[in-house]
Design a protein around this ligand. Structure first.
Ligand SMILES: NC(=O)c1ccc[n+]([C@@H]2O[C@H](COP(=O)([O-])OP(=O)(O)OC[C@H]3O[C@@H](n4cnc5c(N)ncnc54)[C@H](O)[C@@H]3O)[C@@H](O)[C@H]2O)c1
Length: 381
C-alpha cells in the first residue's frame, strides 16, 4: 500500500511538510482521529526547544512531566549537554523503568501525586519515555478528571515509530498484558530522534523489529531504505533515523486514521504478532516484544508463502533483513504449548487462530484462519 493517507495527513500551520524519504530538519503530520487532530513533529534536537514547543502545545495549562529513572538521570537530573530544560514543569514524577512498573498501583501513585499537586483540568501530562511511560502516562491522563491534556515525548525506537501513535493507553493485569486501558489521543506528539543515541543496544534492536514489520507488510520503499542504509542505521545516524521514523509515522497514521478501533485494516499492524505474543507469554515476558515478533514474522512469512502465494524469494529476503538488524532465530516453545497459546489469542475464533498474512502481491490477508497442521508445518520448516 502507498504511504499516502490522503485526507488523513495535513500540514501543521507554519511548518513545512517534506517527502518522508528526504530527511528534513522539521517534519510534521497530523493524525485526524474521530476525536481530535494530533500534530506530530519530528525533529532532531527538538528537546532543546522544549519550553517554546510546550508553551505552544499547552497554551497556558500546567505541564507535569512523567518519566522513568533512567531518563531522569540521562536528561533531567543531568549537567550533560543532553539535558532538557525543566523550567516549564509544575512537577516531575519519576517511575521505576520497564514493564514491571506497568501496573494499576503505579497509576494510583501517579494520580495521587498529581492530585496532591492540585493538577486540575487545566493540566497537561508530558510523557517522556519509552512505550511503558507513554502507555501509563496516557492512561493516567485519560482517567484523571475524566481526561486532562497529554503530550507524548517518546524516547525509545519502539515508542517513536509505534506506541506513541494511535491512542492506545493502559496497564497490565496479573492475568495478562494491557488488559486495562483506554483509547486516548495526545494533544501533540514531539519526536526527537537524537534521544535514540542513548538507547541501550538491545532496546534499539527491539524497536527495529517494528520498523522491519512496516517495511515487510506495508512499504517496499522503506524496505529498500533499510537494506541500502543498514550501516548508517546500525550506527544510529540521526538523519537517516529521522527519515525512517517519518516513514513509519506516516504509515501508522494512514492505517489508524482508517481503522481507529481495529475492526479490520489496523490488524495489518499485528503482522508477526500472533506467534510473537504467544512467545512473549510463554516466556513469562522474558523474551522482549521485538525479538518475539521477529520470530513471529518468520512464521507468518512461511504461512503467507504456504497459504497465500507470497513469493519464496521475498520471504527469503525478509528473513535476511531480520538477520541484518541483529534479530536472531529464537527457540520456540514446545508445539502443544504454542498451539494452546495461539488458541487463546483475541483474534481466534472457535479456538482456531486467525493470522495477519500477506498475499502474492504483498497485500494483506487479514484474519486468515490457520489450522493446527498448517502452523506445525510452518514452524517445522
Ligand atoms: N500503545 C501502543 O500502541 C503500544 C504499541 C506497542 C507497544 N506498546 C507498549 O510499549 C511497551 C514497550 O515499550 P519500550 O520498548 O519503549 O519499553 P520501555 O518503555 O520499557 O523502555 C525500554 C527501556 O529503555 C529505556 N529507555 C527508553 N528510552 C531511552 C533513551 N532514549 N535512552 C536510554 N534509555 C532509554 C527505558 O528506561 C527502559 O529501561 C510495552 O509495555 C508495550 O505494551 C504500546
Amino acid at each position: 500500500m502507498s504511504g499516502s493517507g490522503g485526507d488523513n495527513f495535513g500540514v501543521v500551520p507554519g511548518i513545512n511538510q517534506h517527502n518522508a524519504m528526504t530527511p528534513s530538519p522539521s517534519f510534521s503530520l497530523c493524525l485526524r482521529s474521530s476525536e481530535r487532530t494530533v500534530p506530530v513533529v519530528i525533529q532532531p534536537g527538538l528537546r532543546f526547544s522544549l519550553p517554546s514547543l510546550l508553551a505552544d502545545a499547552c497554551g497556558g495549562r500546567r505541564p507535569f512531566l512523567i518519566t522513568d529513572n533512567n531518563l531522569f538521570d540521562l536528561y533531567i537530573n543531568s549537567s550533560s549537554v543532553h539535558a532538557v530544560d525543566t523550567s516549564p514543569f509544575a512537577d516531575v514524577i519519576t517511575l521505576a523503568p520497564g514493564e514491571p512498573s506497568k501496573t494499576r498501583e503505579t497509576i494510583a501513585y501517579i494520580h495521587d501525586r498529581l492530585l496532591e499537586e492540585k493538577a486540575g483540568r487545566d493540566s497537561v501530562i508530558i510523557a517522556l519515555g519509552g512505550g511503558v511511560i507513554g502507555d501509563m502516562a496516557g492512561f493516567a491522563a485519560a482517567t484523571l478528571h475524566r481526561g486532562i491534556g497529554l503530550v507524548h515525548l517518546p524516547t525509545s525506537l519502539l515508542a517513536q515509530v509505534d506506541s506513541c501513535i494511535g491512542g492506545k493507553t493502559g496497564v497490565n493485569h496479573p492475568l495478562g498484558k494491557n488488559l486495562i486501558g483506554a483509547i486516548y489521543h495526545p494533544d501533540t506528539i514531539l519526536v526527537d530522534p537524537e534521544f535514540l543515541i542513548t538507547l541501550p543496544d538491545e532496546e534499539y534492536t527491539n524497536g527495529m523489529a517494528e520498523v522491519i514489520k512496516y517495511a515487510i507488510s506495508l512499504d517496499k520503499a522503506l524496505w529498500s531504505l533499510l537494506v541500502d542504509n543498514s550501516q548508517r542505521l546500525l550506527a544510529r545516524d540521526p538523519s537517516i533515523l529521522t527519515a525512517v521514523i517519518q516513514r513509519c509515522t506516516e504509515l501508522k497514521i494512514g492505517i489508524v486514521a482508517q481503522d481507529e478501533r481495529e475492526t479490520g485494516l489496523r490488524s495489518i499492524l499485528n503482522f508477526g504478532h500472533t506467534v510473537g505474543h504467544a512467545i512473549e507469554r510463554l516466556s513469562g515476558y522474558r523474551v522482549k516484544h521485538g525479538f518475539a515478533i521477529a520470530e513471529g514474522m518468520r512464521v507468518a512469512l512461511r504461512l503467507s508463502h504456504q497459504l497465500c502465494g507470497y513469493p519464496g524469494e521475498q520471504m527469503h529476503n525478509a528473513e535476511q533483513l531480520l538477520a541484518l538488524y541483529g534479530l536472531p532465530h529464537i527457540p520456540l516453545p514446545p508445539f502443544d504449548d504454542m498451539w494452546n497459546a495461539l488458541s487463546l489469542d483475541k483474534k481466534a475464533r472457535r479456538a482456531e487462530p486467525r493470522f495477519t498474512l500477506l498475499n502474492a502481491d504483498s497485500s494483506p490477508a487479514l484474519f486468515h484462519p490457520v489450522s493446527r497442521e498448517e502452523v506445525r508445518y510452518a514452524i517445522a520448516e
